[in-house]
Ligand binder design. Structure first.
Ligand SMILES: [Zn+2]
Length: 417
C-alpha cells in the first residue's frame, strides 16, 4: 500500500523523546514510573498529551470517566471510525513503556500517515483509556469496562479508593463531571479497534521476531476461598483432634495447580497469590485462612472447568478434614477472540514492511479485551527486554517501537480505506 507510512516516515527520535517526557510525569524518581489515575501526575500528563493531539490536528473530547478521544476526521466521517490507543496510568514503581507505547505510538502512526499526504476514508480515533491498572479502585480497565457496558455506571460510581473516596468524587475533582451512564459506546461505533502494546513476555525477544499478532486475549477469573477450622494452643491440642485451617488451605493451593495442569493446555494458568493465616502466631493452630486465586485461559469453557474443579477440591478437602470452606467468585471476565479481518490486516502490514511476525496469545489482559464486546479487535505486540514489565527496568528499543508504529500505521490505513 503506497499511501501507508513506512519506517522512514516514523520520527523515532521525536517519539522516543516524547516517551521520555511522559515518563517524567511520575510520583517516583526515574527510572521508576508511578502514575496513578487522577493523581496530579496523571492529570498533568493528560494535559500535555492533549496539546500534542491538538498539534496533530486531532479533535479532542473526553467522557465522564476521563477516557480521551483524539479524532482524525476521515473523508466520510459518518462511517464507523477505526480506533486505536491504550493507557498511560502506571502502577507504583513500574516502567515507561506499558500502555504509553500504544498511546504515543498511535499518535506517531497518525502523524506519519499525515506526512505521506494520506487522508483516511473512515475517521481514525486515538483513545486514551482511564485506569487500565487496578491500583486505585481495585479493578482493572475501568474506562474500557464502562465504554463496553461490562461495568454498570451505578456500580462504578460508588467504587472507593483506599482513602475512602468514591470514583464519583475523585473524577469530579479531576474535572470529569458528566453522567457516567453516558460513557458506554453505541454498538457499531468502531468498525475495528487495534491496540499496540509491549509483549510483557519473553517470546518475541527469545525468537527474535519483530511483531506479535495477537489472536486471542486470556481473561482471569478470581476466587476468594475462606477456610475455617478450630484454633487452639499449638502445644496442648493433640494432632489427632485438630481442625487446622491452614492444612486444608495447603491442599487447596496444591489443588489449584493440579486443576490448571489437568486441562493439558499451555494456555491454562492458576495462581494462589494471597494466603492470609489467622491468628498468625507461631504457637497457635490456624483457625481461619483466606486464599485469593487467579485462573486464566484463552478458552472460556476450559477456564470455567478449572473454576469448577477448584470448587470440587475445596469441598472434598473441607469434608475430609472437618473444616468449613466457602468459595466466592470475585470476578470472571470472558476471554476475547481477535477479529480475523484485523489479524489479516496486521499480517499484511508486516509483510509489506518486511518484518518477521508470529501469531500469539495475550496472557495479560488489556483494554482491548473489553473493547471486544463492542468492536472487532486485535493487538500488535512488540518485544520488550527479558519479557520484563511493571518494573523500572522495563525496556523496548527505539527500533522495535518504530517497527510497531509502522505496522500500526499500515494497519490503520488499511482498515480506514
Ligand atoms: Zn498495559
Amino acid at each position: 500500500m503506497n499511501t501507508a507510512a513506512t519506517n522512514k516516515e516514523i520520527d523515532t527520535a521525536r517519539l522516543w523523546a516524547e516517551l521520555e517526557t511522559l515518563a517524567a510525569f511520575s510520583a517516583t524518581a526515574a527510572p521508576a514510573v508511578t502514575r496513578v489515575v487522577f493523581s496530579r501526575q496523571d492529570l498533568e500528563a493528560r494535559a500535555w498529551l492533549k496539546d500534542l493531539f491538538r498539534e496533530a490536528f486531532l479533535a479532542v473530547r473526553e467522557d465522564a470517566v476521563g477516557n480521551t478521544f483524539a479524532s482524525w476526521a476521515g473523508r466520510e466521517p459518518e462511517l464507523p471510525a477505526v480506533g486505536t490507543g491504550s493507557h498511560i496510568d502506571a502502577i507504583p514503581s513500574s516502567g515507561r513503556f506499558d500502555g504509553t507505547v500504544g498511546v504515543l505510538g498511535a499518535l506517531e502512526a497518525i502523524r506519519a500517515l499525515q506526512r505521506t499526504g494520506y487522508r483516511p476514508r473512515r475517521s481514525i480515533e486515538l483513545l486514551l483509556f482511564t485506569s487500565e491498572e487496578p491500583t486505585r479502585f481495585g479493578i482493572g480497565c475501568l474506562g474500557s469496562r464502562l465504554l463496553s457496558g461490562t461495568l454498570a455506571a451505578e456500580r462504578a460510581s460508588q467504587m472507593r479508593d483506599r482513602a475512602g473516596s468514591t470514583l464519583d468524587q475523585v473524577r469530579v475533582d479531576a474535572g470529569f463531571a458528566g453522567d457516567l451512564r453516558g460513557v458506554g459506546l453505541p454498538s457499531g461505533y468502531y468498525s475495528s479497534f487495534v491496540e499496540l502494546h509491549i509483549e510483557q513476555g519473553p517470546i518475541l525477544e527469545r525468537e527474535e521476531i519483530s511483531i506479535g499478532v495477537v489472536t486471542s486475549i486470556a481473561a482471569p477469573a478470581s476466587l476468594m476461598i475462606l477456610v475455617e477450622g478450630e484454633g487452639g494452643h499449638a502445644g496442648a491440642v493433640l494432632m489427632p483432634g485438630r481442625k487446622d485451617a491452614l492444612l486444608g488451605a495447603a491442599e487447596i493451593v496444591m489443588g489449584v495447580e493440579a486443576a490448571a495442569l489437568k486441562t493439558g493446555s499451555i494456555d491454562t494458568v492458576g495462581t494462589t497469590g494471597v494466603c492470609e493465616v489467622f491468628p498468625g502466631a507461631v504457637n497457635s493452630i490456624p483457625s481461619r485462612v483466606r486464599l485469593e486465586i487467579d485462573t486464566r485461559d484463552t478458552d472460556l469453557s476450559r477456564r470455567d472447568s478449572v473454576v469448577a474443579e477448584i470448587r470440587r477440591i475445596t469441598d472434598e478437602v473441607a469434608s475430609k478434614r472437618g473444616l468449613r470452606a466457602t468459595v466466592e467468585l470475585l470476578n470472571a471476565d470472558a476471554p476475547a477472540q481477535c477479529e480475523p479481518k484485523i489479524i489479516a490486516a496486521v499480517v499484511r502490514a508486516c509483510e509489506a514492511l518486511g518484518l518477521s511476525h508470529r501469531q500469539m496469545v495475550s496472557r495479560a489482559y488489556h483494554d482491548s479485551l473489553f473493547m471486544s464486546r463492542v468492536a472487532p479487535v486485535a493487538m500488535i505486540f512488540i518485544p520488550c527486554r527479558g519479557g520484563v514489565s511493571h518494573r523500572p527496568d522495563e525496556y523496548s528499543s527505539p527500533e522495535h517501537i518504530a517497527n510497531g508504529v509502522a505496522v500500526l500505521a499500515h494497519t490503520l490505513a488499511d482498515l480506514a480505506a
